[in-house]
Design a protein around this ligand. Structure first.
Ligand code: FE2
Length: 363
């Protein structure tokens, strides 16, 4: 089958690659978007020293799972000040990237209310103005540095919106594993499992192709091989680097396929039960693997390259891998009864991401 693969992000990676930031910015004036702990870790001071007068403003109180109530005043102030800024640099995990991508999507009125209305309507739209983004992940997980998507939460309305515009791709990504050395064990595991979920979700996906498959298989193999070892040795730069590359490859894979059923389930688990994204989108992976198996001979071939020929062994391996990292893999483990779990899966299959799942036709 003919297929295409497109990713416009210039990727710089490897130990010490953050030093390329001034060259990439080429004198542009910057708004830095980062996470609350970045200052204590010395990261803000390091970036200030690196960028000098070009660093105009620092937005550092980024909320986990950015919500519309928090984003609104930030967005309105950002676009009021637009003339002072030429580019954004997001340094952090998924929440810093999501926040930056929301800020990228400038509306005609420069007001967040307009953007929220467009997101809630769920129809395609274009940004009236935009701002280039350099994405610098400090966790090996989200892959957001090479995708155009952001998740926006609306807790008051019990909703989650997906922002995806042609203009919300980062201009460049800097993936420097040195920045990941201080990530604690629990976050290392949950973000690493988010990356594993991206890899597998891009395989059991109606949009998969041989390019995304190669990236996904390589990413998943790296994660299986090194995440448990990294959890036991968090300061190991070689393992950090391999996980950074794995998350990048998984991000590249799902930048072209999007995610599927496990992520669709995760949104309700996060909204209703407050589960961290990386756990919410990975605890169901063995179950989703069982649902994906035997749906398509062509997809089975790809899954078997990763897991071998036997489904029981494959699902057992995946379940054991997750449980070995301390992740409980059943809905009941989270207090969810069987009938409620079935209803949640049925709802998730009807969601935008759920419809990417290869098993949807038979569900
Ligand atoms: Fe994810």
């Amino acid at each position: 089958m003919p297929h295409s693969f497109h990713n416009p992000v210039a990727v710089h990676c490897g130990q010490g690659s953050l030093a390329r930031l001034p060259h990439i910015l080429a004198g542009r004036r910057v708004a830095l978007i980062t996470f609350p702990e970045a200052r204590g870790l010395g990261l803000v001071a390091r970036l200030q020293a690196m960028l000098g007068d070009a660093l105009i403003t620092v937005i550092e109180e980024v909320d986990p799972n950015p919500d519309v109530a928090w984003l609104e005043p930030l967005y309105n102030a950002f676009w009021r000040d637009e003339a002072r800024i030429d580019a954004m640099v997001a340094v952090g995990g998924g929440s810093a990237m999501d926040t930056a991508k929301v800020l990228m999507a400038g509306t005609a009125s420069r007001r967040f209310g307009e953007l929220r209305h467009l997101l809630a309507a769920g129809q395609p739209f274009a940004a009236a103005r935009t701002m280039p983004l350099i994405a610098v992940p400090t966790t090996a997980g989200t892959g957001s540095e090479v995708t155009p998507w952001a998740t926006v939460w609306d807790a008051a309305a019990h909703r989650k919106y997906s922002l995806h515009l042609d203009t919300t791709w980062p201009e460049a990504a800097i993936v420097d594993p040195v920045l990941m050395l201080t990530v604690p064990a629990a976050t290392t595991v949950s973000t690493g499992l988010d990356a594993l979920s991206h890899a597998l979700e891009s395989i059991w996906n109606v949009n998969a192709n041989p390019v995304s498959d190669s990236l996904a298989i390589s990413a998943a193999q790296d994660i299986f091989a090194c995440l448990p070892a990294l959890r036991a040795d968090l300061g190991h730069i070689g393992l950090r680097e391999r996980m950074a590359h794995a998350a990048l490859k998984a991000g590249m894979a799902f930048s072209n396929t999007r995610t599927a059923l496990a992520h669709s389930i995760s949104y309700e688990m996060t909204l209703r039960y407050g589960l961290a994204h990386g756990i919410a989108c990975s605890f169901t992976l063995p179950m989703v693997l069982e649902m994906a198996w035997s749906r398509s001979p062509e997809r089975d071939q790809v899954l078997q390259r990763l897991f071998g020929p036997d489904l029981t062994v494959a699902a057992g391996h995946l379940r054991g891998f997750l449980q070995g990292l301390g992740v409980r893999t059943g809905f009941a483990d989270y207090g969810i009864a069987d009938d409620e779990a079935r209803a949640m899966i049925a709802r998730a299959l009807q969601g935008a991401r759920g419809r990417n799942f290869i098993g949807i036709q038979a569900a």
